[in-house]
Ligand binder design. Structure first.
Ligand code: N01
Length: 486
């Protein structure tokens, strides 16, 4: 089967939906959103593990143009975020554009016709003037490489592929990993399971989570006087931006926060030996700062053990640690994160003259404004290289990128350009600038290994600055930075 569109959007998460909404609002209706899952949501569909919730306040982690006065909590749970996304799909009439159960395997640029052909796993083709890649920075689960992993005879799954049909009640469960996913899962299942064995390699920095139920008067106020919700969002925005200073320019702010985190740990964990195990040794911010009020208390339960001796192997019946102790378990849950820096694209992309994106990105992924890539005309990426944040809502970055792409698409329509392709020297200069800025950040100097960096130690995931500087950079599509073909 072969279908023709003006635009193909790949991914039905926040990025793909935002792109679709803005295309429609500008009068572009001939597009399709290809999505591998059976419904919309992206990461918020995939990550349905117990306890899944946002770690940025929902009034900020939502579209600026679609405020929701009904968030039940400060930090909305996963189901509520999905409901919000469903609401947006209906309100902005996106339903007819989704094509679910469609896994994209490749996107290829045709130099003769100046069009892209996107191919899915069933071999169907979709041709379009432009492709907008919205497949997310954290969509490919990463499994560790542990000796004997495949021999384990019990149940296993990754946190992002949670098996709801597996009953945890009364079971002895191993969780590997102590990142953002694990710290939400542990307190959510600790009570239900017989035993929980948490295999920790690096203790994370954890701050108190300023979460609470929204009060009914607050919801009523936001509904009756929408500007009050805008004010609240503005307040949250600036509180988060202030944190960026700690990552990027003034690590002293983070040292202050380390004190708060240590007090948070001390208050919850009275046992000194356990507290020592849980005390981080790198500078806060080097890895993502985590928020939780119930993780540390869960670790003090009598049925929970934190094991930090290192894993020697996994065998048919459980996990053996380096000290030689065998830990028999019924199931192993891998909360081991995602391929972010090294496996940036989930599908093959071939640009001008057959240029392969993996080839172009041999030294590490790069793009101009995380959005356009030299050698790949009419390809736009959302949440592309160096657009991630350590301090605030990714939806701010998504909206900024969509604004930029829309400006580009409108310029193409007005000027009747067939293609736009960022000049290599523009991309190079931009990347030199941001990598100079990145070199000064805690992500490089904080003494940790994180998913922010690729295997060469290059940070290809995070944006080194305030979201307002990125918004300023993406406000206009500067045609002089592009080769255009009329
Ligand atoms: O993954 P992670 P995640 N042996 O990469 C450990 C977003 N998110 O899924 O630190 C033993 O953070 C690894 O150890 P170490 C958010 O952006 C958001 O938890 O490398 N352990 C680490 O502890 C987040 O940053 C929310 O030493 C191994 C863990 O596995 C991102 O997703 C919620 C190992 C992986 O932690 C990823 O979070 C959840 C091995 N071989 C996630 N390999 C929100 O609330 C890895 N580990 C919005």
């Amino acid at each position: 089967m072969s279908k023709q569109y003006d635009y193909v959007i790949i991914g039905a998460g926040f990025a793909g939906m935002c792109m679709a909404i803005k295309l429609k609002q500008a009068g572009f209706h001939n597009f399709v959103i290809l999505e591998r899952n059976k419904q919309l949501g992206g990461t918020w569909y995939d990550n349905h593990y117990p306890g899944a919730a946002c770690d940025v306040q929902s009034h900020l982690y939502s579209f600026s143009f679609e405020p929701n006065a009904n968030w039940s909590r400060m930090f909305g749970p996963q189901q509520e975020i999905l409901q919000y996304m469903e609401h947006c799909a209906t309100k902005y009439e996106l339903r007819q554009h989704f094509q679910f159960n469609t896994t994209v395997t490749s996107a290829t640029f045709n130099d003769t016709t100046n069009t892209w052909t996107v191919t899915d796993a069933q071999g169907n083709n979709y041709t379009a003037k432009a492709v907008i890649g919205c497949s997310g920075g954290l969509s490919q689960p990463a499994m560790p490489d542990i000796k004997g992993m495949d021999t384990f005879e019990g149940k296993t799954f990754h946190s992002a592929q949670w098996d709801n049909s597996y009953d945890l009640k009364g079971k002895r469960i191993a969780i590997i990993g102590t990142g953002a996913s694990a710290i939400q899962i542990v307190p959510a299942i600790a009570e239900e399971v017989k035993d929980l064995l948490l295999f920790q390699r690096t203790p994370p920095w954890i701050m108190p989570k300023p979460d609470r139920k929204m009060r009914s008067w607050e919801m009523k106020l936001f509904k009756a006087l929408p500007f009050t919700q805008s004010l609240f969002r503005g307040y949250l925005y600036w509180v988060h931006e202030a944190m960026a200073a700690g990552f990027v320019t003034n690590p002293a702010i983070l040292r202050l926060a380390q004190g708060i985190s240590k007090r948070h740990l001390k208050k919850a964990v009275k046992d000194e030996a356990l507290r020592a195990k849980l005390t981080p040794t790198y500078t806060m911010g080097c890895k993502r700062i985590l928020l939780s009020n119930n993780y540390y208390p869960a670790l003090t339960r009598s049925n929970v053990q934190v094991l930090n001796n290192g894993i020697a192997e996994i065998n048919t019946i459980g996990v053996k640690t380096i000290d030689g102790t065998q830990h028999d378990v019924d199931a192993i849950i891998y909360a081991t994160g995602f391929h972010a820096a090294d496996g940036v694209m989930a599908f093959d992309i071939k640009g001008k003259n057959g240029l392969d994106i993996h080839q172009a990105w041999q030294q590490g992924a790069e793009a101009y404004l995380g959005t356009t890539v030299a050698g790949f005309p009419n390809l736009f990426l959302i949440v592309g290289p160096n657009t991630g944040l350590g301090h605030s809502s990714m939806i701010l970055m998504i909206e900024a990128q969509v604004q930029y792409i829309m400006e580009g698409i409108k310029a193409m329509r007005t000027n009747k350009w067939k293609t736009v392709e960022v000049k290599p020297e523009v991309q190079q200069q931009y990347n030199e600038t941001i990598h100079r800025e990145l070199a000064k950040t805690v992500w490089q100097s904080g003494g940790c290994v994180s998913w922010y960096q690729n295997k060469n130690g290059k940070n290809v995931t995070l944006y080194p600055g305030y979201t307002f500087t990125f918004m300023r950079r993406t406000k206009r599509f500067e045609a002089d930075k592009y080769h255009t073909v009329a």
